[in-house]
Ligand binder design. Structure first.
Ligand code: PLP
Length: 390
């Protein structure tokens, strides 16, 4: 059976170039990057070359890039480290209702330990308002942490405008750019951010490796202690192979972003238009907001997203739903709820996220399969009323 992967916001296949860049460091070049002999020096060179590539992707300086174990660690380090390093005893943090749990949960942990937390709402398209950010700022605000692109809807948040507010008020600004890197150009200066998190496996690199951009001079406490690597900011022997793979993936993203983004946007738009045209009573969430080019979040009322994902998987199409299974119960997505969707509509949502290897033939195949699967599931749904018959 032909299998089609439309779940690139969950993870991407590794690019062959990134895999080749890793291989020497998994085999003959096994040195520890901290050793002074030739083995160590070769490993160090690979790490520093990758650091320069990641810096170039973000328009940053290599010394401002710290490698981590992925997006979750980068985000935790940014949030917990910035708050710990801020002076004073009374501290306030601003975040939003649509952050990934990797950002929401450390904020909640801070709130449980006495930090004041403001969780900003979003509008019906999923956008954070810079005016609301400004209104939420207090004299004791030490950190604003807001995502650049949302993982479910793909909406791009007005971080550059918020960056101006943060810099005028002297507040540290962190952005979770995990779903933006490799999809849209990122410039840390244009955004005005002090801290920015990315993860290699979202842009054709390996899993378990990420980076945190730390603007020079930004106060940030370490999360762990135990050595001098990464400029005393993150101890532990570097995963040289993963770092080399991330560097190569960053190169690739940097050099191909404009043509790939346009190609993928055309595929996504064809898929979206085709589905909206073929499936009555359906809509795209965040359609009127700026969005990353690969993501489409569609609601098909009257059916369970999980049932759609399973039925599509049986037909060879991999995608995900607007709901997450937590403690055995299917919870509607907190992101879609924040946009104002009813819980049953949030549950009736599919996320289709495209990537480099998707083709027009795959889109056309999906346009045959997805509407028929929805039609079949709707016929089985006790709540569905076909407007053409009713
Ligand atoms: N932030 C966002 C927006 C994400 O989509 C993800 C992954 O899904 C993460 C953070 C976590 O990244 P990682 O899987 O590298 O820990």
């Amino acid at each position: 059976m032909k299998r089609i992967y439309f779940d690139h916001n969950a993870t991407t296949p590794i690019a062959p170039e990134a895999l080749s860049a890793m291989m020497p460091y998994l085999t003959e070049e096994y040195g520890n990057a901290s050793s002074i002999h030739a083995f160590g020096q070769n490993a160090r060179e690979a790490v520093e070359q990758a650091r320069a590539s990641v810096a170039a992707l973000l328009n940053a300086r290599p010394a401002e890039i710290m490698f981590t174990s992925g997006g979750t660690e980068s985000i935790n380090h940014a949030i917990l480290g910035a708050v710990a390093a801020a002076p004073g005893t009374s501290k306030h943090v601003i975040t939003s209702a649509i952050e990934h749990v990797a950002g929401l949960d450390p904020c909640k942990a801070l709130a449980n330990s006495g930090v004041d937390l403001t969780v900003l709402p979003v509008d019906g398209e999923g956008l954070i308002s810079p005016e609301e950010v400004l209104r939420a700022v207090r004299p004791e605000t030490v950190l604003i942490s807001l995502m650049l692109a949302n993982n479910e809807t793909g909406t791009i948040e007005p971080i550059a405008e918020i960056g101006k507010i943060a810099s005028e008020k002297g507040i540290v600004l962190h952005t979770d750019a995990v779903q933006a890197a490799g999809k849209i150009p990122i410039d840390v200066d244009a955004l005005g951010v002090d801290l920015l998190s990315i993860s290699a496996h979202k842009f054709s690199g390996p899993k378990g490796i990420g980076a945190l951009y730390i603007r020079k001079g930004t106060p940030l406490s370490p999360l762990m202690y135990g050595g001098h690597s990464e400029r005393d900011r993150r101890p532990g022997t570097e995963d040289v192979a993963a770092i080399a793979g991330m560097g190569r993936a960053a190169n690739l993203a940097h050099s191909t972003i404009s043509q790939e983004a346009e190609r993928i946007r055309q595929l996504r738009d064809r898929l979206e238009r085709g589905l909206l045209g073929r499936v009555a009573q359906s809509w795209v969430n965040g359609a009127r907001a700026p969005r990353v080019p690969n993501t489409s979040n569609l609601t098909f009322p009257f059916i369970e997203g999980e049932a759609m994902v399973i039925a599509l998987d049986l037909k060879g199409i991999a995608c995900s739903t607007g709901a997450a299974c937590s403690s055995g119960a299917v919870e509607p997505s907190h992101v879609l709820m924040a946009l104002g969707l009813a819980p049953e509509d949030a549950r009736a949502t599919l996320r289709l996220s495209l990537g480099r290897q998707n083709t027009q033939e795959e889109i056309d195949f999906a346009l045959e399969i997805i509407p028929s699967v929805i039609e079949r599931l709707r016929r089985l749904s006790p709540t569905y009323k076909n407007p053409a018959i009713a």
